[in-house]
Design a protein around this ligand. Sequence first.
Ligand SMILES: [Zn+2]
Length: 158
Amino acid sequence: MAGMEPNDTEADPTVLLEQYLAVSSDECPLCGYNLHRLRGSTCPECGWELELRIAVREPRRAAFYAGLVGLAAGAGFALLLTGFALVVPLIRNDVFGPELWEIGLLCAKGIVLLTLCLLWIRSARWIQRRSTSERWLLAIGAWVLTISAVFIFFLVFE
Ligand SMILES: [Zn+2]
């Protein structure tokens, strides 16, 4: 094995992985196969490509997931009720039902929340770099949006 120079910044990732697994016995994150003394960068059991990574000790993901759940719940709620509001009057065959603009408002809210949900996932790293209070403010904002979708529901179905 070639000696690693302290300033060798262009180290081969596969060599680093092999060096690490020569002294550790981590398991494949996908299939649980013990990778001790692995040669190459592919799990011999499941064939998954592996790489050596650095992870932060404290993932700081709670606010991220709290906000994501809020937006996803709001989007699901609004879109489900949009379908409900459109289908129920047809099945019951009566004139009772919310106005079209009210259904449109609910549908628009669902689409906005769904878009925010995707943006939230795409901004995961940006959110993770915010301070703790900023992350929780974002998560609370996501839930406020969702709760406002519920209020629109009560406006529609009053
Ligand atoms: Zn595997």
